[in-house]
Design a protein around this ligand. Sequence first.
Ligand code: CA
Length: 228
Amino acid sequence: MAKEQILVVEDEEEIVELIDYNLGREGFKIERATTGEDGLAIARSLKPDLILLDIMLPGIHGLDVCRSLKSDPNTSDIPVIIISARGEETDVVTGLELGADDYMTKPFSPRVLVARTRAVLRRKKEAAIDETSALNVHELRINPGKHEVFLKENALSLTATEFRILHFLARHPGWVFTRQQIVDTVHGEDYPVTERSIDVQIAGLRKKLGESSDYIETVRGIGYRMKE
Ligand code: CA
């Protein structure tokens, strides 16, 4: 099988070397770009399997690179992991809403780098899960066709909106979603869903999950995810 190609768009030589060494050792083929312009050009010609994209780049901003990649049908399927500096949560939120698949905050360890890279590549392959088929996550069993959720054999009584949120998060364990992304997915028919009301819905869901409420994790400054 051909080696999976990873494009690193990053201007800090130390970070590029850390990625090159650690992912190279794991068998990935690494391509480098130090500006957003070069990153876009290489992404379009090479179609790598994954892009690691720094936010603060000379020239085009990383978020604009992300926007261009995700709005172009030729590159929109390539998974993107954003590399952010500490304290750039707002940029991470914007990046995720532009379609980035995950993020890492500098400084990150080689272990985190390899784990995130593998997880995003694996999710990409699994992305084609049928939205109507039954789903088992942790001790939850979700049956979308019947609108049923069981927790350790006990049926949970969820509202339509709670059901949609839980089903959405459960289809992507480990993925972080912003409140706006959750709103966009569940926009309730029962009443208008807002970013703030997502917090209320999540609180309600956790209450019904009882001892398993930690299945839904809060990612500070970003949003929520189903425990991986
Ligand atoms: Ca940078």
